[in-house]
Ligand binder design. Structure first.
Ligand code: GUN
Length: 282
């Protein structure tokens, strides 16, 4: 079997085209969605991510503000910036790019964001809403993008066994909650799981979100499984690749996401979706 490719770039383009129309309608009603992106310091990867987020806003018609703060910014100063954004009626979403410099406590900063503007979905209020199935709050963008991709291929999760590899607050844990919310049986694997392959071989759906090249190989995948690759790594040759051995696994799986062009573009797409949703709720 050769797997069908889940094209995150194509799905993103389709969704962003519909967002553009929605933003135009909201703007005409005087409710133009607005996103503030806060970057502290000069981490090169973060600069690229932030630029891509601002560009996506511009392409969709979303009002965007980039606040670049120097690496020496104190936590008190950063919290004052967030407080001002919390009170700004033109801003519906606030994203503080992670990682933050070591002298700043990321948890304190995330909790300072007004929950109704938490478009990253990292606030405990959003996490609690996802866990309890309540409709307020926002879902973290990367796992939400994964769920959208499964919906787009018409995959029915009810009764299926989903194995999530990785337990981060940003991807693994919220992904597991979303899959559980769709009545999948969910297993979360992590660095202390003794026999990862024994777990993944039982999976109808695998979500790999660890950050390790070739973590998931063909022998670890049940024939016909759906494989979503959240990894974003460089291999020994410096080529961008995920956590899944794509060439091997695509011969076993029924559907698979590539890297690049799979989950990656969907993350920003869901950030746009959350920002629009926040403006509609305001
Ligand atoms: N750093 C890496 N990914 C993300 C993300 O999704 N949101 C934020 N705020 N920072 C990140």
């Amino acid at each position: 079997m050769t797997a069908q490719i889940i094209d995150g770039l194509a799905l993103s383009k389709k969704l962003r085209a519909s967002f553009k129309e929605e933003v135009a309608t909201l703007t005409a009603q005087g409710k133009r969605p607005g996103l503030a992106v806060v970057l502290v310091g000069e981490d090169p990867a973060s600069q690229v991510y932030v630029r891509n987020k601002i560009k996506a806003c511009e392409d969709t018609g979303i009002h965007s503000v980039l606040q670049k703060l120097e690496a020496e910014t104190t936590q008190v100063q950063l919290l004052a910036h967030i407080d001002a954004l919390n009170k700004d009626p033109n801003i519906h979403g606030i994203l503080v790019q992670l990682p933050l410099p070591k002298h700043i406590d990321a948890d304190t900063v995330i909790e300072a964001i007004a929950p109704e503007k938490d478009v990253d979905g990292f606030h405990i209020s959003s996490a609690g809403a996802l866990m309890t199935g309540l409709p307020h709050g926002f879902w973290p963008c990367t796992p939400h993008g994964c769920l959208k991709m499964l919906d787009d291929i018409g995959y029915e999760l009810r009764g299926k066994h989903a194995v999530v590899v990785g337990r981060s607050n940003i991807v693994g844990k919220p992904m597991a909650m979303m899959l559980l919310g769709r009545s999948a049986t969910v297993t979360i694997c992590h660095s202390a799981t003794p026999d990862l392959a024994a777990m993944t071989r039982q999976a109808d759906v695998i979500v790999a979100a660890v950050g390790k090249v070739n973590l998931i190989t063909a022998d670890m995948v049940k024939p016909g499984a759906v494989v979503l690759d959240v990894g974003m790594n460089r291999n020994a040759e410096g080529k961008l690749c995920g956590d899944v051995d794509f060439d091997g696994v695509k011969e076993v799986a029924s559907w698979i996401t590539p890297v690049p062009g799979g989950v990656g573009p969907m993350t920003i797409t869901m950030l746009l979706a959350n920002t629009i949703e926040s403006a509609k709720r305001a």
